[in-house]
Design a protein around this ligand. Structure first.
Ligand SMILES: Nc1c(NC[C@H](O)[C@H](O)[C@H](O)CO)[nH]c(=O)[nH]c1=O
Ligand SMILES: CC(=O)[C@@H](O)COP(=O)(O)O
Length: 218
């Protein structure tokens, strides 16, 4: 692997704490051997950063083209859930807080944010960050180029529209080996590096930082 200070992601400046974060992983199923390795590496690294298993929500879609829609709808849906066994709303996106403050719906009794249900019960409540994972491999037509462009711009729009960080976890590979090496599955004596680990670090960092920014702590 090349020197990460020349080409790659250096360690984060501080170790961010994921213990109060709820993370969404949405992954495509195309090129599933590669996807499964990326998701496994991502989940393992999220747990290393303190994210609880019950706060890691994994959903799948057929292909990468479906990632922006699914990510947007899952983020929106999470913001209508009460926060049980999940991070405090202060860790949520500002959009969620505005909804809560401006809703003319009669306030429904919410379980206290410190409600504890049985351990490892699946969590509910707003996502602190999302990681959208896919693997696009160039074929013989322009299909690759169009999907790459649509997915990239779509995921960027989702995060800017929702205020929830969306990590770009989409490999855009020209060959099978390029994709395998970026999933840590390289075949030619170079296993490569599992990019899913980097995406987990980015998610925990952006979730922590954006929660502070939402509170005006800049
Ligand atoms: N060729 C790849 C695809 N193609 C499928 C599309 O993403 C989409 O599911 C379909 O066009 C229906 O809307 N998807 C990948 O994730 N990776 C590929 O290499
Ligand atoms: C990324 C794709 O859509 C691509 O794998 C499809 O292959 P082809 O361009 O040969 O249809």
């Amino acid at each position: 692997m090349s020197d990460p200070t020349i080409k790659g992601l250096p360690p984060p400046p501080v170790k961010y704490d994921g213990s109060n974060q709820r993370i969404l992983i949405v992954h495509a199923r195309w090129n599933d051997t590669i996807i499964q390795s990326l998701v496994s590496g991502c989940v393992a690294k999220l747990k290393e950063q303190g994210v609880k298993e019950e706060n890691i929500v994994i959903k799948t879609v057929p292909g990468s083209y479906e990632l922006p829609f699914a990510t947007q709808r899952l983020i929106a849906g999470s913001q209508t859930q009460s926060s049980v066994n999940a991070p405090s709303l202060l860790g949520a996106s500002s959009a969620n807080l505005v909804n809560l403050l401006t809703s003319d719906e009669p306030a429904t009794p919410q379980p206290s944010l410190t409600t504890t249900t049985k351990p490892n019960a699946p969590s509910t409540g707003p996502f602190s960050a999302a990681i959208s994972i896919g693997c696009l491999i160039k074929g013989s037509t322009m299909h690759f180029e169009y999907i790459c462009d649509a997915v990239t711009n779509g995921l960027m729009r989702v995060q800017l529209d929702t205020g929830v960080p969306v990590i770009f976890g989409v490999l855009t590979a020209l060959t099978d080996d390029q994709a395998l090496e970026r999933a840590g599955l390289g075949r030619k004596g170079n296993k490569g590096h599992n990019h899913g680990e980097d995406w987990a670090l980015a998610a925990v960092e952006l979730a922590a930082q954006s929660a502070e920014w939402s509170k005006g702590n800049i």
